[in-house]
Design a protein around this ligand. Structure first.
Ligand code: AMP
Length: 278
């Protein structure tokens, strides 16, 4: 069966009326494409929460900084289409920049407190860009449910806060990170074979640090030791490694479960993000 694709606002309205016909519930899977096993797992999860699943692929310029990889971000549309068909989703929405941000567009959303620090500090404006595009997509699509990965844990918390604070009435589902030797990420494509051998050290170190925190090591000490271990494994730099409250993302000086240990580190100039529950 062919996968219905909407590219314009009008096509989206037609597609939505088909998907919604008969009172079906709708789950949305927002992505930037270059779909991998992590995205596929989100699609499978989405099916468990609604009658119909819509995937969107949109590389949102608003969430990229001036020195980030917007122009070289992978866009393998044919393969993405194939992945959506294989997963049996019910529709794909792939709008253009001109359609999402037409001339005269000027209203943006300022992400809440969950956006402070970590990615929010290193990528100014990033979460405002994420919150803005999601407010628009949620408004256009009006899904019952939207599914996100814990891979981008801070983003997941920002989205939960956005939906609660602005009364969007959408159920947000967070799915644990899918990984083989390393967490699936569209940016893994930038890594050399050598770096792919080094990369799993990030998750391994975070897992060990989480255990030491749970057995009484002060978080600051555990984070310092983890940073040293990540550098020793071959990463060029550790942007941050922090223990945060798992829901509010407030920084934690002492361990109170449920907490989350989040890190970003650079390998061959590629920023790899990971996080674990504590
Ligand atoms: P992206 O296309 O990178 O914007 O990611 C789209 C969605 O897929 C986000 O909700 C991500 O958190 C999620 N995602 C990315 N990688 C993974 C992974 N390895 N496991 C689970 N979800 C993921």
């Amino acid at each position: 069966m062919q996968l219905p694709i909407a590219r314009t606002d009008e096509e989206l309205r037609t597609l939505l009326s088909h998907l919604r016909a008969g009172g079906h519930t709708l789950a949305l899977v927002p992505t930037m494409g270059a779909l991998h096993a992590g995205h596929r797992a989100l699609m499978q999860e989405a099916k468990r929460h609604a009658d119909r699943v819509l995937v969107y692929i949109y590389v949102n310029p608003l969430q990229f900084g001036p020195n980030e990889d917007l122009s070289r971000y992978p866009r393998p549309f044919k393969a993405d289409l194939q992945a959506c068909m294989e997963e049996g989703v019910d529709g794909l929405y792939a709008p253009s920049d001109a359609d999402v941000y037409p001339q005269g567009f000027s209203t943006t959303v300022h992400a809440g407190s969950a956006s402070e620090g970590m990615e929010g500090a290193l990528r100014p404006g990033h979460f405002d860009g994420v919150a803005t595009v999601l407010a628009k997509m949620f408004g256009r699509i009006r899904p019952d449910v939207a599914v996100f990965g814990e891979k981008d844990y801070q983003q997941l918390c920002v989205v939960r806060q956005l939906v609660a604070d602005l009364d969007m009435g959408i159920t947000i589902i967070g799915l644990p990170t899918i990984r083989d030797t390393l967490a699936f990420s569209s940016r893994n494509a930038y890594l050399s074979e050598n770096a792919k051998q080094t990369a799993p050290a990030l998750y391994r170190t975070l897992t060990q640090a989480a255990q030491t925190i749970q057995t009484g090591t002060p978080p600051a000490q555990a984070c310092k030791e983890a940073k040293e271990a990540i550098l020793k494994a071959g990463f060029e730099a550790v942007d941050y490694i922090e223990l945060r409250d798992a829901t509010t993302l407030a920084p934690l000086q002492t361990y109170h479960p449920p907490a989350r240990l989040l890190a970003a580190a650079r390998l061959e100039g590629v920023r790899l993000l990971d996080n674990v529950p504590v």
